[in-house]
Write a protein that binds this ligand. Structure first.
Ligand code: NAI
Ligand SMILES: O=C(O)[C@H](O)CS(=O)(=O)O
Length: 496
């Protein structure tokens, strides 16, 4: 299928945003072998298009090109880089509908949600355009006469970004935004399921004025492309979002070249509802956290811990709200739940439900593949879920809310922390003493308190334990793309 046909079927106002090629050094290229990867729509299996399957030597060339471009890119002032990134922000927002259409086609999320992600992705570019002008150093009073001590921050060099399919645009800009702002150049390898959102971003990056070689976007077999990005010594920073399993593998592959890494990995967020919670607010927060992106986010509530006094009422209210969700293809009117990404994702959801029911859980609503078939699934609520159920210890990454009962605050904290993960956590209470006790006892990088939507470009995003390393977004996010240099100036005679 040609770019033109695909772009036409997607209904793009600007068909040139749809690219079935890779961007290396300002050129749009195919794989030397001619081998391609097919990209299909998770809602109906139709072919969207093909992208190149690059080999390791071709990925190495992209790294070389990024390395060659970095010298002049870092030589620009922060203000000059900021102006270019600001133009990229403006272009993303001006093309929001087209970018969202591409995303809905390849990832499945409802069009309104895809538009929301484009705005979220653009917000990282806007934020780091501003941060580009604020990479401050220090001067430190020297302990000996005749010396001056200066601390400078410098761009780390070439970064590699390996990004997931669940946020095909925002997970790129949350990495490339600070990298480009700091004066780094990058090689971006999007998930094979959702490459077209990344490639469209590449088109806009060129139009915004990022010089050739600053933004390089490659596609290809994950293991082969990943090995090159991990083992190539010219890559000084690797940022990954995805499963803990793959994150750990990449960390090991990066060790021999001692790369700086950021790892945004899996989660298993507890959502605690105390007796003193505002239950209507708690249900709103639960819906926002659990069913966002059809439950396919690393910060989705994964376990609902509900205190005995409000358990039945909360279960009833939540099931009622869940029953009103509309499942369907992302471009259909009023749809709030798209398909899961693939058959494996459906199988994992079915496994978690079957296991919980076999151990005594009760299906309150949903529980089955949706009548639409393929990768659509009924939004589900399970009650009376035992603590030894798989769904308690594993990230479901699907639209299933398991309710677990508890009696005391201490029990809730123990249950919340009984996981290898520590990315997000949520709880609802109106007792200020409890709010501080629980917030400070929970092992997580992000805690939503009486709030189910916690992601924003202005706050640090990241987890503890097996949920990863580092923080993205916020004033902290640019630090991971900088090196600190200590200048020790001697021989300065004191004035007579
Ligand atoms: N933290 C997060 O936001 C995400 C977490 N996940 C978790 O991971 C589970 C599986 O989802 P997947 O998409 O399969 O995640 P994954 O971790 O397998 O894939 C994430 C990215 O890593 C790439 N990748 C996979 N294996 C690789 C390798 N050996 N070397 C280099 N790159 C590699 C993939 O192509 C994709 O671009 C989900 O069920 C969820 O639990 C998945 C996506 C995002
Ligand atoms: O990978 C994810 O699921 C995202 O980081 C979640 S968010 O930042 O879009 O909330």
């Amino acid at each position: 299928m040609s770019d033109k046909n695909s772009a036409a079927t997607l209904g793009l106002a600007d068909p040139s945003l749809f690219r079935e090629a890779n961007l290396i050094g300002g050129e749009w290229v195919s794989a030397a072998s001619g081998v391609t990867i097919a990209v299909t729509n998770p809602a109906d299996g139709t072919l969207i298009g093909h992208v190149p399957a690059l080999s390791r030597p071709e990925v190495a060339r992209a790294v070389d090109v990024a390395h060659a471009a970095q010298k002049s890119w870092r030589a620009k002032t922060g203000k000059e880089r900021a102006a270019i990134l600001r133009r990229l922000f403006d272009l993303m927002m001006a093309n929001q509908d087209d970018l969202a259409r591409i995303m809905t086609a390849e990832q499945g999320k409802p069009f309104a949600e895809a538009k929301g992600e484009i705005a979220y992705a653009a917000a990282f570019i806007e934020w780091f355009a501003e941060e580009a002008k604020r990479v401050y150093g220090d001067t430190i009073p020297a302990p000996l006469p005749g010396r001056r001590i200066i601390v400078q921050k410098e761009p780390i060099g070439v970064f590699a970004a390996i990004t997931p399919w669940n946020f095909p645009s925002a997970m790129i800009t949350r990495k490339a935004g600070p990298g480009w702002a700091a004066g780094c150049t990058g090689v971006i390898r999007p998930a094979s399921e959702t490459p077209f959102s990344a490639l469209a971003l590449g088109v806009l990056a060129e139009r915004a004025g990022l010089p050739p070689g600053v933004c390089n976007i490659i596609t290809g077999p994950s293991s082969e492309t990943g090995k090159e990005l991990c083992e190539n010594a010219l890559v000084r920073k690797l940022s990954f979002t995805g499963s803990t399993r793959v994150g750990a593998l990449l960390l090991a592959q990066c060790a021999p070249t001692v790369k700086k890494t950021s790892m945004e990995l899996g989660g298993n967020a507890p959502f605690i509802v105390f007796d003193d919670a505002d239950l209507d607010e708690a249900v709103k927060g639960a819906m926002a956290s659990k069913y966002r992106n059809t439950g396919q986010t690393c910060v989705c509530a994964n376990r609902f811990l509900v205190q005995g006094g409000v358990y039945d009422t909360f279960a009833e209210k939540l099931a009622d709200a869940v029953g009103r969700l509309k499942v369907g293809p992302g471009m259909a009117e009023g749809v709030s739940q798209g398909p899961l990404i693939n058959a494996a994702a459906v199988a994992k959801v079915e496994e978690h439900i079957a296991d919980a029911v076999s151990k005594g859980a009760r299906i309150v609503t949903g529980g089955q593949p949706h009548a639409l078939g393929r990768f659509f699934f009924e939004p589900t609520v399970l009650a009376d879920v035992p603590k030894d159920a798989l769904i308690f210890s594993e990230e479901t990454f699907g639209p299933v809310a398991p309710l677990i009962r508890f009696e005391t605050e201490a029990e809730a904290i123990a249950l919340a922390n009984a996981t290898e993960f520590g990315l997000a956590a949520y709880f609802y209470s109106r007792d200020v003493g409890r709010i501080f006790r629980v917030a400070e006892a929970i092992e997580a990088g992000i805690v939503g308190i009486n709030e189910g939507l916690i992601s924003t470009e202005v706050a640090p995003f990241g987890g503890v334990k097996s949920s990863g390393l580092g923080r993205e977004g916020s004033k902290y996010g640019i630090e991971d793309y900088l090196e600190i240099k200590h200048l020790c100036l001697g021989g300065i005679d004191t004035p007579a």
